[in-house]
Design a protein. Sequence first.
Length: 316
Amino acid sequence: MQNPPSEPSAKGPLLSCTARENGKPPLVLVHAQGTDSRSFDGVIKPLSRDFSIYAVDCFGHGKSPHDPALYNVVSAGDALVQLIKDVVGRPCALLGHSSGGLIAAYAAGRTDLCKLLVLEDPPFFSSQGDRRKSTFNYIDLSSICHEYLQNGVDENFVLYYFKNQYAWNFFPEKARRKMRPKSIEAARKFLEKHPERDLKVPFWPKSALAAFVGMGSYDPRFGEAFYDDSFHCGIPHEEILAKIDCPALFMKAKTDWSDDGILFAALSEEDLARCLKLMPRCETARFDCGHGIHVEQPRQFVQAIKKASAGGRQHH
């Protein structure tokens, strides 16, 4: 069953949500920035064996309102709380990936209906203040959004991002010189022919293309909110985490650093330790993969959620 996007009401702008209700306990999914609720399509079926699924589009993404005034953790978090109350309407598990994890954590601290919080590699501490300037997200998506908007580029944002993504630096120079123009041309032709479809480029791995699922409806002004740090509304991450009192599971992907000290991960081991100190009821699950755990290790991802959910039921 699919629900249409929620209609705006006196309570403020509402998030679009696709529901797959089957009578099982609800699990609300909040995606990372740049993608949309379809990011989780690869794990919906196995998760549906144990949960009713509510997949949300964040503001500035998918079918939710595209209004820069809403591109912050308070507006998004409050709207998520409203959705859990009005649409889900009963106690639920809440999962957020990356920036969706920041939003989910904020919401979890403000509703008694969240009975389990699952944080999939969220950028706590690293994405806030001056620290953010030494992270992969800042030198990649945030800066590309900023340049796109500053320069008034008259080009499809998906193509602009593909051309300028930091990932080109991971290719050896010779391979990059050969592959980059061909890949950009292939991307241009694909987007001209299929403007409504997610980007596909020959020879690009699934995990790399996963970042482009839903990017066609992404508002780069959302990335600007991370570039200038307005996303956090000046609320320290400590404050968000300290309000969470339900059981939690923190999914940590592997941590890499560049030679010049750029964090090629959502957060460092020190950041994780700070999170766990602030959330005493939080377990950790580690994954030997990149940032998109549900894309790269879907089976282990689903197992970890089921285990955490079963543990929560035993405790209550």
